[in-house]
Design a protein around this ligand. Structure first.
Ligand code: MG
Length: 105
């Protein structure tokens, strides 16, 4: 499922000849810029417009998918590997109901 989506966004990029701009550095900046726009949806209060959140979250995710391609990483591989590490860092016994960072548990 995600493979088809990745192919779709790569096609979107390639027909516009934008790959030349998609260096890892530029993509890291773009992810951060879009994350800032996502945060802006909650500026001043906790009310938010779901459609705006949807748009900005999609921007973040699209740039993340471009980043995967730029650095030749696989979505499932890196997420499953990180979740395994998170499971070790945040054992249920130590972390359940606790929002502290792993080194503070
Ligand atoms: Mg945006």
């Amino acid at each position: 499922m995600i493979e088809g989506l990745i192919e779709e966004i790569k096609k979107f990029r390639d027909v516009r000849d934008w790959k030349q701009f998609h260096t890892p550095e530029n993509l890291a900046k773009s992810i951060n810029i879009e994350a800032g726009e996502l945060l802006e949806c909650f500026q001043w209060n906790s009310d938010y417009k779901k459609d705006e959140v949807k748009q900005e979250l999609a921007d973040v995710l699209i740039y993340c998918l471009f980043m995967l391609d730029a650095v030749d990483l696989d979505f499932y591989d890196i997420v499953s590997e990180k979740m395994k590490l998170n499971g070790e860092k945040y054992s249920v016994e130590k972390a359940k109901g606790n929002s502290k960072k792993s080194n503070k548990l």
